[in-house]
Design a protein around this ligand. Structure first.
Ligand code: SF4
Length: 277
């Protein structure tokens, strides 16, 4: 993610109406699974599911279909609908994902497909959705080029090589492609940008890790190893480090900055849902 962090949050600040989380990218979210087998340690959706007693620390990784949500008709909206935002597209439910995306498209929507990409899933979706390339934007979440780092934070999600392979496949198939490097998982962002830029037609979004210690604690992962990893990551995302990163890439037209970085470097934060900029 899974944010994305897939911060998944569709609220707006009550004070200044700035958009953040998924509202920076899309006018609406669409989901139908409860749980996510990737089981990312920083997952916002897991934190919410535990808080509202829909899931436990251990059961979050079990994906359960919410059938009423699956069959809900999502009518046309002006702007991207982000799918999914509180789970992922995994091989176990790939058939449902394709069916759902087709229903969104057949209602004349544009779809932002956000995933930590499994190659099996991306190959299948690209082969099935070729007629809709103009209304699909892939956004692959890749927070590090180091698979050990990915495994530490996102234990069951695909490794770096598989995510890169998925990106290249979608790019070669003629789809619009983008990267979510949110949350950034180390201090090797430049290496990631250098390695992936040529396969990105749209943008590489950079964003900080949000509410890390709170989420690790809520999600049952605040052990000594993860506390050390979290403190290292917070150091890498200090204001001075973020300002250096911004200086290095502020003139790169492919790089976009999430709200967590905009407020550090002084960029204007959008007040309009789904501007995707
Ligand atoms: S991929 Fe799944 S577990 Fe990871 S952040 Fe997204 S919803 Fe949470």
């Amino acid at each position: 993610m899974i944010m994305s962090d897939k911060a998944h949050c569709f609220k707006m600040s009550s004070i200044n109406k700035h958009v953040f989380g998924t509202t920076e990218w899309a006018v609406a979210n669409a989901n139908y699974l409860n749980g996510c087998s990737n089981d990312c340690k920083y997952c916002y959706s897991k934190e919410m599911a535990i808080r509202f007693k829909r899931k436990t620390v251990d059961s979050w990784k079990d994906e359960v279909v919410n059938w009423p949500a699956f069959y809900r008709n999502i009518r046309h909206k002006d702007g991207y609908i982000m799918f999914p935002s509180t789970h992922d597209i995994t091989p176990e439910h790939l058939g449902l994902a394709l069916d759902y995306i087709l229903r969104l498209l057949n209602n004349d929507n544009t779809v932002l497909i956000v995933t930590k990409p499994s190659f099996q899933c991306i190959e299948h979706l690209c082969n099935a959705l070729g007629d809709f390339k103009d209304r699909i934007l892939f956004r692959f979440t890749i927070g590090s080029i180091n698979s050990e780092t990915l495994r530490l934070w996102e234990p069951n999600a695909p490794c770096y090589a598989e995510r890169k392979q998925s990106l290249i496949y979608a790019y070669n198939a003629g789809f619009k492609t983008s990267i979510s490097c949110e949350p950034m998982l180390d201090d090797q962002v430049s290496a990631l940008i250098n390695d992936l830029s040529e396969y990105v037609t749209d943008a590489i979004w950079l964003g900080k890790m949000n509410f890390l210690l709170r989420r690790l604690n809520a999600n049952g992962h605040l052990n000594p190893q993860m506390r050390n990893a979290a403190e290292q990551l917070l150091f890498w995302q200090s204001d001075s480090a973020i300002l250096s990163l911004y200086e290095a890439y502020k003139d790169n037209p492919k790089i976009k900055w999430k709200e967590s970085i905009k407020k550090v470097v002084g960029l204007e934060i959008s007040t309009k849902k789904g501007e995707d900029k």
